[in-house]
Ligand binder design. Structure first.
Ligand code: GSH
Length: 334
């Protein structure tokens, strides 16, 4: 069972196993205690909050229920080094690799199902933002982000790069393992691993019972890894000069983006390398968020970053990346 008030979370497994921890996801602080020897292997951990229940779905060994070729490839991705992400980049190479990545993933993650009024009526907006623990380079996380663009969802992103100092620990305490993507839906109390399950859940719950877009799930195996390879390790590892402590009063950055936009990808990579939590406003083609975007930035183009901590509002992807590394790391190559 899991009880939740503002900051205290208590998780008790069915057969008496008990965890107790305090968590504040936004600044990543968390205290954790566990009763010894009391966690049975079981299919489902049920957790209840005051009003809602949280279910973390796992198999008997606490592992995800499906395995694929890509899961085996993922550890190999560590071999790709991103270099110094704060240094000025070769713009032609950046745009070529990111654009080819987008071509590889067409048509997924570009268009919102809100494109017609009829569809808009049939998309269900969650009252509270969904929380996604992920990292930009992960092909399975990409699959989930593509679905979120199509479903026109705004979400809270907690980047979990390798070498993470903030969010990986939080994800592990909530879900039990460091595996990404990991979704927390505060509206239903459900937390889940497995990109395929997450996508199906999102379409069912927030796509008015629809099935995932044709090919979205299957195509990950064929081309989902292409952006990861072409972008050579970008959006995978924490930049070692990233700001360690974010002020507890700091507000999340906000990014207007859509998954398959080549410029927005480069910005998301930087946010991941700096492990900055942010609100991702998906604004794919036909998005219901276009009006808000145009009102905020004066244009319907993404990416568009808002940092309420400094008052910065920036449209150009190069300026955004440069701003992020200047503001949220201790040294930059710029
Ligand atoms: N079958 C899982 C595979 C997820 C997976 O293998 N994720 C990798 C990243 S691509 C991971 O989290 N590896 C652990 C790590 O990065 O520490 C899914 O579809 O979500």
């Amino acid at each position: 069972m899991l009880s939740l008030n503002n900051s205290h979370l208590q998780l008790r497994c069915h057969a008496g196993g008990k965890f107790s921890f305090r968590t504040d996801i936004s600044n990543g602080s968390l205290r954790f205690q566990r009763n010894k020897g009391s966690i049975p292997s079981q299919r489902r951990i049920l957790a209840k909050s005051e009003e809602k229940s949280v279910q973390v779905l796992e198999d008997e060994n606490g592992r995800s229920t499906s395995r694929s070729f890509l899961s085996v490839l993922c550890p190999l991705l560590k071999l790709f080094a991103g270099g110094d992400p704060s240094k000025p980049r070769n713009e032609v190479l950046e745009m070529a690799t990111s654009s080819l990545s987008s071509i590889a993933r067409l048509p997924w993650g570009s268009t919102s199902l809100s494109g017609t009024m009829e569809n808009r009526e049939y998309l269900d907006k969650p009252p509270e933002l969904l929380q996604l623990f992920e990292f930009e380079a992960c092909p399975f996380c990409r699959r989930v982000r593509e679905a979120m663009t199509e479903l026109d969802l705004s979400i809270e992103v907690y980047p979990c790069p390798k070498g993470s100092i903030r969010h990986r620990e939080v994800a592990k305490k909530i879900g039990g393992k460091e595996l990404f993507p990991f979704l927390v839906d505060p509206n239903t109390g459900i937390s889940m691993y497995e990109s395929g399950d997450i996508v199906k859940y999102l379409f069912k719950k927030y796509g008015h019972g629809r099935k995932p877009t044709f090919g979205l799930l299957e195509s990950t195996l064929f081309t989902g890894w292409v952006p990861t390879l072409l972008r050579a390790g970008r959006g995978m590892t924490l930049w070692d000069k990233a700001t360690r402590e974010l002020p507890s009063s700091s507000e999340k950055l906000e990014l207007f983006s859509y998954e398959n936009n080549p410029y927005a990808r480069i910005v998301r990579e930087a946010l991941c390398e700096l492990e900055l939590p942010y609100i991702l406003h998906n604004a794919g083609k036909g998005s219901s968020r276009y009006d808000l975007l145009v009102k905020s930035s004066g244009s319907s183009e993404v990416p568009y970053l808002i940092d309420r901590n400094t008052g910065a509002q920036i449209s150009d992807y190069k300026s955004i990346v440069s701003y992020l590394f200047k503001t949220y790391s201790t040294g930059t190559g710029n």
